[in-house]
Design a protein around this ligand. Structure first.
Ligand code: HEM
Length: 122
């Protein structure tokens, strides 16, 4: 019984140590994300991504890859689709009809950010 207890304890600490050592080998996540996020994207590059499967949109100086979000967007698909490959700050701010998106929509945007718009347009 004591032998079993000692073996279990040994295996437990072996696993803890293995996970700890393994975590030291992982690349620093924030650092690699920061590099990707700060990528500078020109209007010409943005314009190449204008299909439903490959839809980039610039809003408030940032570029977002909305390909995965397009089917989720609550409006008619064409409304958002028509902004793929373009600077769409005004459209986003007004939903094309004078009403701003909710703070929930602003939060959603964050996870689709892929870089900065090179022209620095607001
Ligand atoms: C860029 C051009 C965009 C246009 C023209 C646009 C337009 C619209 C319209 C017409 C509606 C439905 C009607 C309404 O709620 O008043 C809507 C709702 C919504 N849109 Fe967009 N949208 C755009 C981009 C986005 C993006 C990039 C996101 C988020 C990633 C987003 C998230 C939402 C959400 C969550 C709603 C539900 C209502 C709200 O929370 O404000 N939209 N949008």
């Amino acid at each position: 019984m004591r032998r079993l207890y000692l073996s279990a304890t040994f295996i437990f600490w072996l696993l803890v140590t293995a996970f700890w050592v393994g975590s030291l080998w992982l690349p620093p996540a924030e650092k690699s994300a920061a590099i990707a996020v700060d990528k500078s994207i020109s209007l010409a590059e943005l314009a190449k991504h204008r299909t439903p499967e490959n839809c980039w949109v610039a809003i408030r100086g940032n570029v977002y890859d909305l390909s995965a979000y397009l089917p989720e967007h609550p409006s008619q698909p064409d409304i958002l689709l028509s902004w793929c490959g373009k600077e769409a700050t005004e459209a986003y701010n007004t939903k094309s009809k004078g009403r701003p998106h909710s703070s929930y929509a602003d939060e959603l945007l964050v996870k689709y950010r892929i870089g900065l718009l090179a022209s620095g347009k607001p």
